[in-house]
Design a protein around this ligand. Structure first.
Ligand code: PRP
Ligand code: URA
Length: 209
């Protein structure tokens, strides 16, 4: 699928393997989420729009390029998506940050919205939705629905681990959204957790288990 990018870079695979281990600490896990997000961002932001400016070097004046406005918007899906925000801001410190609060009902697995606040002029911005886990795809589809209802158009989705079901559901619901994923895993278990996966990403980032 042309709008699904799975990263096969050795550094990303190495870091994902450390994240998977149940013996990796909360501190290390959080740092790895940030690092992997930085690596993925570098590639996934290669089409950010540029504008031409004139700069005087010590030798002469030249025309050169800088990022065009308005600044992009990073929109983490709470909670776990928050862990990926810093990795993007490290590369694009002027990005604005919106938030979408969703949790999966543990019985029905359906996403429930509890918060949504997006930067102004959202329709003019490049939007990166972040969530480490794309399992059934329900949360990602719901979050992108909310963003589109509020005017968002140019949307990318970035995650650490995806299940085939999540990729299928998200690409069907939002074929215009490119998915960037550090690793594609095998399947879901009967509680809709990704296998082999890395467990509950929110609990591992925030130490709430
Ligand atoms: C996790 C994860 C995703 C969602 C993925 O969040 O961070 O948002 O599940 O599952 P889905 O693709 O089947 O919708 P969770 O609901 O556990 O909330 P949390 O981030 O607050 O831990
Ligand atoms: N959410 C998680 O945090 N992990 C999974 O494996 C699935 C959903």
């Amino acid at each position: 699928m042309e709008n699904v990018i799975i990263f096969d870079h050795p550094l990303i695979q190495h870091k994902i393997s450390i994240m998977r281990s149940k013996d990796t600490s909360c501190k290390e896990f959080r740092e790895l989420v940030k690092e992997v997000t930085m690596f993925m961002s570098y590639e996934s932001l290669r089409d950010l729009p540029l504008r031409e400016v004139e700069v005087e070097t010590p030798l002469m004046t030249c025309k050169t390029k800088v990022l065009a406005g308005p600044e992009m918007a990073v929109v983490p899906i709470l909670r776990a998506g928050l862990g990926m925000v810093e990795g993007i801001l490290e590369l694009v410190p002027t990005a604005k940050v919106g938030h979408i609060g969703l949790y999966r009902d543990e019985v029905t697995m359906q996403p429930h919205e509890y918060y949504c606040k997006l930067p102004p002029n959202i329709g003019e911005r490049q939007i990166i939705v972040t969530d480490p886990m794309l399992a059934t795809g329900g949360s990602a589809v719901a979050a992108i629905n909310f963003i589109k209802e509020r005017g968002g158009k140019n949307i990318k989705f970035m995650c650490m681990i995806a299940a085939p079901q999540g990729i299928e559901t998200l690409t069907k619901a939002h074929p215009d959204v490119t998915i960037y994923c550090a690793h594609l895993d095998e399947k879901l278990n009967d509680r809709c957790y990704i296998l082999p996966g890395l467990g509950d990403a929110g609990d591992r980032i925030f130490g709430t288990k």
